[in-house]
Design a protein around this ligand. Structure first.
Ligand SMILES: [Zn+2]
Ligand SMILES: [Zn+2]
Length: 137
């Protein structure tokens, strides 16, 4: 099982069951993560670049941990990819994420709601017919 892929971190060929990193790099990355996490415990207001400099962990890796939601920065060095607002983790701020989600579900709902409107009108006509009073009351 697994197929040979190049490790995204060290470039070595290894048999992967879906992981992008070789087992050695996964272990090394966990050690890096622990180093950064410990540093941030001692420097709660530190930024990603300060953490990278102090621990020797590549900045790309530190921001990777943050994007994965494993680390949180009080300084908020991450920015929303859409509007540029500082965000604690992820790629979008809450309002942009909400807007995008609404845009996706809105476009999917478009034609369906039109169909609903026409059947709704037909039903309203039938209702008017049924509720017409007889002259006797
Ligand atoms: Zn590797
Ligand atoms: Zn945003």
């Amino acid at each position: 099982m697994g197929q040979l892929v190049n490790c995204r971190r060290c470039g070595r060929l290894f048999a992967s069951a879906g992981a992008a990193l070789c087992p050695e790099c996964i272990e090394a990355r966990e050690r890096d993560f622990e180093r950064v996490r410990e540093w941030l415990d001692r420097h709660p207001r530190g930024t990603a670049s300060q953490a990278a400099e102090a621990t020797g962990v590549p900045l790309a890796e530190v921001t990777g941990f943050i994007r994965e939601g494993r680390l949180r920065l009080a300084g908020g060095e991450l920015r929303c990819e859409r509007c540029g607002t500082a965000i604690p983790n992820g790629r979008l701020c809450a309002s942009c994420a909400e807007e995008l989600e609404r845009a996706v579900t809105g476009s999917a709902r478009g034609p369906a709601s039109q169909g609903q409107a026409s059947t709704g009108a037909r039903r309203a006509e039938r209702l008017r017919f049924h509720t017409r009073r007889s002259p006797d009351g």
